[in-house]
Design a protein around this ligand. Sequence first.
Ligand code: DX5
Ligand code: ZN
Length: 221
Amino acid sequence: MDMKISPSMMCADIANLKSTLTEFEECKIEYLHIDIMDGHFVPNFTLGTDYCKALKKLTSIPLDIHLMINDPELKLEWFDFGEGDIVSVHAESTKHLQKALAFVKSKGAKAFVAINPATPLCLLDEIINDIDGVLVMAVNPGFAGQKMVPNALEKIRRVRDYLDNNGYNDKEIEVDGNVSYENAIKMKQAGANIFVAGTSSVFNPNYSLTDGIEKMRNQLR
Ligand code: DX5
Ligand code: ZN
């Protein structure tokens, strides 16, 4: 499976958005990770629908929309996503997970289920045909700059085993939170193939964006 990088746009310098996007296009970045937080599902506010629409006008890089909002099935229509994009819905955020995932698929986007560190994996049995991938949270979502929780690598490994053992080798695993250059190697070994790059790597001020992406690509080779 190809290794893909999805820079976390909540960590980007908004004053230099256009040049950031140009740099990402030159580096052939696969996705732009957009954290949508509603102040309820997670204790923070971040990016929103207008930001996604603005990005669509500025770049053709596919969006990787991470919905950290309650009752996403009531709000999915507000977003303008489609073929090539990923939309992740948190299992813990809705009583109608299947409905939300099916809506994402009906728009032609890839539907991922996002799971918090404490969420049991048995729910995958019930929605496996509704998803294209699993977003494993390596931190409790809400804030950039946190440390990986202890069970994160084991969780990725268990999701990969579950998918492979049941004939779903083509379903992807994305990992979000504290994807540092060092952790990325371990996350890849555990079975992840999409890596959210935030303050732990690409948006670390010690490197230029291009150097950071190159360094991450080398780690993932
Ligand atoms: C966590 C966010 C992440 C975060 C990742 O809730 O979803 O996108 O920004 O970046 P770092 O490397 O800061 O954990
Ligand atoms: Zn995220």
